[in-house]
Design a protein around this ligand. Structure first.
Ligand code: NAD
Ligand code: DAU
Length: 377
């Protein structure tokens, strides 16, 4: 694989994937294809933007002709597809945009890849279409224990490792899809299209479903960066419902490492779940964030607990997500490199040390700067 398009490379996870590939594979050409929506920010890639094996192209994945021409010009043999509308709350307000980008955009990208690769003498040989998806397609899990023990309790993954969990069931690759939000419904639909292109046309596809990511460069509409910034400014922390919902958190660089492993070594037509067996109730994570920000800012630890403000719950709020990533660990040897305590400390430090990045995003200045720069390209 030499010429790779990474879609959504200016976003949160995409920027970490682009950085990893550009630095690790100097002989690959990495093309970051991104529309630069509100979630795309080229400041996320400042450290690699001048590397000779990196190229940015401002393009919508829905632009079939544009993508096909780019694939032909760059002789693209791999696509890692992350571009999407990604925020559940926005999908509740504006589902059309989610269907347009996540469903039609993915279909358009598949059609362009099919048209180009089928025009080549070798056709699909040595090619790969890797689609990045979410654990939310599986729906929501309950918080139960067969013997009625109060969660969290220690349990054993199918890999044999012990970890803390809030229920006895996990998302495994063979589970039926049961999406609840317009976001997860659109992602589920895009997953089905990707698999259909393998089954119908023989396209070499892979799908992965990952749990909640956290780390540097995440847009501050998502829980962790939003709350770190609010604690810094002593603004209220809007906790949905009772804060009892459980999410399974993975450091974003570990997700990027998994994507690298799977892109190179994953089996065609397979699905891999990615997660770190790291379940947390929202309210517990929020307390950790408050203590960490307070400590790093030299305030008395816990001084900002009174910022916690319970607000109306998110509509259709999924109770618990928990990924079983044993298959990936067993078959491809991937394991998360960071413990959560270490990852969250690094993350809080990063946001506090990069206040200019945060201020540019919250003021909207980042949009103006890059939109002007790429207006005519
Ligand atoms: P993000 O919202 O931070 O970034 C999305 C990127 O896609 C942005 O750069 C945006 O400009 C670009 N984009 C949006 N619409 C586009 C279009 N029509 N054409 C081209 N580019 C477009 O998202 P993220 O959190 O980095 O998520 C990336 C992918 O990973 C998504 O597919 C998401 O579903 C999946 N995922 C995210 C998480 C998570 O916790 N954030 C977990 C599992 C899976
Ligand atoms: O599970 C993977 C998914 O994780 C990804 O597919 C999505 O793209 C990503 O956005 C994320 O979805 P969530 O809805 O779980 O993430 P979010 O950060 O929006 O919310 C995390 C939890 O915190 C969730 O239970 C809702 C709650 N929350 C969130 C916000 C923004 C609050 O209580 N208050 C808030 O202000």
């Amino acid at each position: 694989m030499k010429n790779i398009i990474i879609t959504g490379g200016a976003g949160f996870i995409g920027s970490h994937v682009v950085r990893l590939f550009v630095n690790k594979y100097p002989d690959y050409k990495i093309i970051n294809l991104d529309k630069l929506t509100y979630a795309g920010n080229l400041a996320n890639l400042k450290d690699i933007e001048d590397k000779p094996n990196y190229k940015f192209v401002k393009m919508d994945i829905c632009d079939f002709d544009g993508v096909l021409t780019l694939m032909q010009d760059e002789k693209v043999d791999g696509i890692i597809h992350l571009a999407a509308e990604s925020h559940v709350d926005r999908s509740i307000k504006d589902p059309f945009t989610f269907a347009q980008t996540n469903v039609m955009g993915t279909l358009s990208l598949l059609q362009a890849a099919k048209a180009y690769w089928e025009s080549l003498p070798e056709k699909y040989e040595g090619k790969r279409f890797y689609h990045i998806s979410t654990d939310e397609v599986y729906g929501a899990l309950q918080m139960t224990h067969p013997e009625g023990i109060e969660p969290p309790f220690t349990t054993k993954a199918s890999s044999g490792k012990h970890h803390l969990a809030y229920g006895e069931k996990f998302f495994t690759e063979d589970l039926k899809y049961q999406p609840h939000s317009p976001y997860s419904a659109a992602k589920a639909s895009s997953d089905h299209f990707v698999r259909a292109f393998h089954d119908t046309f023989g396209m070499p596809t892979i799908v992965t479903n990952c749990s909640n990511n956290y780390g540097p460069y995440q847009f501050p509409e998502k829980l962790i960066p939003l709350f770190i910034n609010n604690i810094r400014h002593r603004k209220p922390l809007p906790v949905y419902g009772k804060g009892e919902n459980v999410r399974d958190w993975l450091y974003v660089v570990d997700h990027a490492r998994a994507i690298d492993t799977i892109f190179h070594e994953g089996k065609i037509a397979e699905t891999y779940n990615i997660g770190g067996f790291n379940e947390w109730k929202n309210i517990d994570i929020i307390r950790v964030l408050i203590n960490t920000v307070d400590r790093l800012l030299g305030r008395p630890e816990g001084a900002d607990m009174d910022l916690i403000t319970y607000v109306t719950d998110r509509a259709g709020h999924d109770l618990r997500y928990a990924i079983d990533s044993s298959k990936l660990q067993r078959e491809l040897g991937w394991e998360p490199s960071l413990q959560f305590e270490e990852g969250i400390e690094k993350t809080v430090r990063w946001y506090l040390d990069n206040q200019e990045w945060m201020d540019n995003v919250t003021s909207g200045d980042y949009m103006k700067y890059y939109n002007d720069m790429y207006a005519n390209r």
